[in-house]
Write a protein that binds this ligand. Structure first.
Ligand code: FMN
Length: 450
């Protein structure tokens, strides 16, 4: 069965959507709307709610910033904090927060995610990123962003340290036995004592081992080092693959890397983004799509494309060609995917932003519920993916339409769950629950307090 996740946002992905009369008013940082999104996604039995993140506001020209480019991320909640609040309003859905290995410290990160896993009864997931926006460096006492090769080297060491910290305590270490007066078993603590090239962390962590062993690990990098890191240690991988053929090639490439690390193909779920416009009828979906497209101001369109491609296109003719990206420090490999499409189809800057804005470089699936479900199932059965990161163009109707029109079709075809099963997110997704390498014997059941 496929896995499905969706963004936790009160604003749709389409930059023209928030001004549509049917959108939520004053949607920024509004917890009530986010709880409603979470309830709808849980009603649809989705695997996870996802928060992308960065650590700076991308300062465009004032008139562009004022028009509301979503990539500028002017006002968003800190992801683990927000998901801890959402955990109190939901029961089964996974909670996926982005956090960077480049600017965080492993001890605080391990502690935050372990806490989220406990507070949500085993529903935490970490999107491990190395940060694409070089400007984040200036908020962390640095003059420049680390080069990609160094970011990935640190990321590999960082994730190993975080796992080592999560393994600080055996699952049955906190005995809390009133009779004997033993609150914990000192023989069941592991002190990490890590000293590596980038990090030095003694441990142990001051939080019990997460209920899932480790929260589900998501990764996003598309480059060679990014793919290798995912193949060696991720449970799930995002992808930016606008066509089924590209998705199949990417899927095969990633799965072929797993045996080198002693892992099985099913140990890594590949989940490309898919932007979904669904209506009661295909005509309704088409009309809504065109309506949102007509609401993109050109200055926002050019700025949006500049942000996605990490290059300034604002001084170039809007009806001229898209220039080839140069190698820079930072910047995601998504910029090359967009450039290749523009070159292949001879698109101008305007045509390119009109093409990428509704999808942000992902595949577009549009139609009624049955049509969209058929496209999703086709990708899934063709080994182009194990599931999708469902991009919702407009809130709240984009998600409610997806849950009401597409999910029943997927369920009817046996491609998606009808009920949540399993004790935690890993079990629900069919992912292995990692044992603690420092305490390999089967854990004794935790003694109950009187
Ligand atoms: C689909 C996707 C989602 C991403 N999400 C984030 C994010 O939320 N925050 C972030 O700082 N970086 C994000 N990144 C950037 C990656 O962490 C990475 O730094 C960047 O892609 C450069 O590595 P690469 O060349 O291996 O792709 C994302 C990348 C991709 C492809």
């Amino acid at each position: 069965m496929m896995n499905l996740i969706t963004g936790l946002s009160g604003i749709g992905y389409h930059p023209g959507s928030w001004r549509h009369p049917s959108s939520w008013t004053r949607p920024l940082m509004n917890l009530e709307y986010l709880i409603e999104v979470a309830h709808t996604a849980e009603r649809g039995k989705l695997d996870m709610l996802f928060l992308a993140d960065g650590n700076s506001v991308r300062m465009s020209a004032p008139h562009v910033l004022a028009a509301g480019g979503l990539l500028s991320r002017p006002a968003i909640h800190e992801p683990v904090t927000l998901l801890t609040a959402i955990a109190q309003h939901t029961k089964n859905i996974g909670l996926l927060a982005t956090a960077t290995t480049t600017y965080e410290e492993p001890f605080t990160l391990a502690r935050k995610f372990a806490s989220l896993d406990h507070l949500s009864n085993g529903r935490a997931s970490w999107n491990v990123v190395t940060t694409s926006n070089p400007g984040d460096a200036y908020n962390f006492s640095r003059d420049s962003h680390m080069a990609r090769v160094d970011r990935y080297e640190r990321a590999r060491e960082f994730v190993q340290v975080v796992k080592g910290l999560w393994d600080s305590w055996a699952d049955d270490a906190l005995t809390q036995d009133r009779e004997t007066g033993q609150i914990l078993d000192p023989a069941k603590i592991h002190v990490l004592n890590h000293k590596g090239k980038h990090l030095s962390v003694k441990g142990p962590l001051n939080c019990a081992r997460p209920p899932q062993g480790y929260p589900v690990l998501f990764m996003a990098g598309q480059s060679e080092p990014g793919r290798d890191l995912s193949a060696s240690m991720a449970d799930c991988q995002f992808a930016v693959t606008p066509t089924k053929e590209e998705a199949m090639a990417y899927y095969a490439d990633l799965k072929a890397r797993l045996p080198k690390y002693g892992r099985r193909p099913e140990d890594l779920r590949v989940m490309p983004g898919a932007t979904i416009y669904v209506g009661r009828t295909s005509e309704e979906a088409d009309e809504f799509f065109e309506e949102l497209q007509s609401r993109i101001p050109p200055e926002l369109g050019v700025d949006y494309l500049s942000g996605l491609m990490s290059m300034d296109l604002t001084q170039l003719p809007i009806d001229g060609p898209v220039p080839e990206p140069q190698e820079i420090v930072g910047g995601s490999s998504r910029r090359y995917v967009i450039y290749d499409m523009a070159k292949r189809e001879n698109l101008t800057i305007r045509q390119t932003y009109e093409r990428v804005i509704p999808t942000v470089g992902h595949v577009l699936m549009k139609g009624n519920g049955k049509q969209v479900a058929e496209q999703m199932i086709d990708w899934y059965r063709s080994k182009a993916c194990d599931g999708f990161n469902v991009h919702i163009p407009h809130q709240p109707s984009g998600l409610t339409n997806f849950v009401d029109f597409v999910i029943p079709e997927l369920q009817h075809a046996g491609a998606f769950r009808k009920e949540y099963e399993g004790r935690n997110l890993r079990e629900r997704m069919g992912l292995p629950v990692p044992s603690n390498p420092y305490f390999t014997e089967a854990a004794e059941p935790m003694p109950q307090s009187a």
